[in-house]
Design a protein around this ligand. Structure first.
Ligand SMILES: N[C@@H](CCC(=O)N[C@@H](CS)C(=O)NCC(=O)O)C(=O)O
Length: 220
């Protein structure tokens, strides 16, 4: 199996994706807590390109970028597969994962920092609408079982709610997105997910800190 370590922070959803993947596979690992305000020499050495968490260390070899790390974990430890077996389904899962990180996350972030500006909310809800259509009639994005895309969308179940609180707005309106809302309930009930969710207050503080920091930069 080799030695597995994860450099991360508890309030970061890209890091949570990796914790979930490791737990679903039953892989023991050591969590190395990173201070993003005072980055460790280990982080800078292991991720010199982006200097970000998460970083997975497998026998001291680094793998970075959460989507790539999940794929690495899935290819390395075959039990409880996360990506679909069918090549077309796998391509689609990767397509939607890219969409989540390139469109859904940034639009929700924009809506938060605009403090609920209508145009920003519309744009975030348009992006969430694609996920609503995708999950309609299914328990998980992976079908009956939790899979890769569920881990990628997982931030919606907690981090999106924290963004809503900080931005004073609602994005995941349960009337507009009933299936996605139901999925969040199914997702957080899975023990591996449930037991490793940070307290919502920590995530709210994390986003509030980020927002205050951006404002202080803008004021200079
Ligand atoms: N695309 C990356 C994003 C990772 C990321 O943004 N990490 C944040 C924490 S949530 C970070 O390390 N930020 C530190 C920085 O930007 O300096 C992934 O999916 O792994």
């Amino acid at each position: 199996m080799g030695e597995v370590k994860l450099i991360g922070t508890h309030s970061s959803f890209p890091c949570a994706r990796i914790v979930w993947a490791l737990k679903l596979k039953g892989i023991p690992y050591e969590f190395i807590k990173e201070d993003l305000l005072n980055k460790s020499s280990l982080l800078l050495e292991m991720n010199p390109v982006y200097k970000k968490v998460p970083v997975l260390l497998h026998d001291n070899k680094p793998v970075v970028e959460s989507l790539i790390i999940i794929e690495y974990i899935d290819e390395t430890w075959k039990t409880n597969p996360l990506l679909p077996q069918d090549p077309y389904d796998r391509a689609m899962a990767r397509f939607w994962a890219k969409f989540v990180d390139e469109k859904v996350v940034p639009s929700a972030w924009e809506a938060m920092i605009s403090q609920g500006e209508e145009k920003a909310i519309d744009s975030a809800q348009e992006a969430l609408g694609f996920l609503e259509n995708l999950i309609k009639g299914k328990k998980f994005f992976g079908g009956e079982k939790i899979g890769y895309l569920d881990l990628v969308v997982g931030w919606v179940a907690l981090w999106l709610k924290a963004m809503e609180e900080v931005g004073g707005m609602t994005l995941l309106d349960s009337l507009k997105f009933p299936s996605l809302d139901e999925w969040t309930q199914n997702f957080i009930q899975v023990p591996a997910i449930h037991e490793s969710l940070p307290p919502k207050e920590d995530v709210v503080n994390y986003f509030q800190f980020g927002l205050d920091y951006l404002r202080s930069l803008a004021a200079k």
